[in-house]
Design a protein around this ligand. Structure first.
Ligand SMILES: [Zn+2]
Length: 198
């Protein structure tokens, strides 16, 4: 009797696609992991716009990161041995009553998916925060308020110096209200444009 390593996921998407994807994951995930670690370590020490741009490209809700996370899930997906049954044409197929261990793979996969969603959520937060840290602001040291540098149409905006987000963070200054409104409006316009293009 033939046995094959199976998981719930493998049974759903089919053994050929599953094996192919897993082979690709084994090839690309180690390299991608090294790149990701290098970028994350660099963001810890430096505040460069180019790094923020790369981070936006490879983490959070970007397709590259989602593909990466799917690859990780596939690599961590553990199979159990299932005794195949022979069908009328001589090919092997999954038995109708599956072993108990096989059902456990489903629970492990649910845990992996939850962790995957958490990874996307937190890396998204991180890349947004890092983008703020790299941004240059106009800072009024007397009032402890900082303004946008780009897109700021406030004529009476007074400032004493320019600082990057990570420098302001340590000072506990607050963001200018009218600049905040401007950002929110700009984001709304961006969102509505994005949706209207569909
Ligand atoms: Zn302002």
């Amino acid at each position: 009797m033939a046995t094959e390593t199976y998981t719930f996921l493998k049974n759903i998407i089919g053994r050929n696609i599953y094996n192919e994807l897993k082979r690709d994951a084994k090839q690309y995930i180690p390299v991608a992991t090294v790149v990701l670690i290098v970028v994350l370590v660099l963001t810890y020490f430096f505040h460069w716009k180019i790094l923020s741009w790369i981070l936006n490209l490879i983490t959070g809700t970007s397709l590259i990161f989602i593909a990466y996370i799917i690859g990780i899930v596939l690599l961590l997906d553990f199979g159990v041995n299932v005794k195949m049954t022979r069908s009328w044409d001589g090919s092997y197929k999954m038995p109708n009553s599956k072993p108990f261990k096989y059902h456990l793979t489903k629970f492990w996969e649910i845990i992996l998916v939850v962790l995957a969603i958490a990874a996307i959520y937190f890396s998204n937060k991180y890349r947004r925060h890092y983008a703020f840290e790299c941004e240059t602001f106009l800072v009024d040291e007397n009032s402890g308020i900082y303004h946008l540098e780009e897109g700021n149409d406030d004529e009476e905006c007074n400032y004493t110096t320019k600082m990057k987000g990570y420098e302001i963070e340590e000072l506990g200054y607050s963001f200018c209200e009218s600049c905040k409104d401007w950002v929110e409006e700009a984001e709304e316009v961006y969102e509505s444009e994005r949706y209207s293009r569909r």
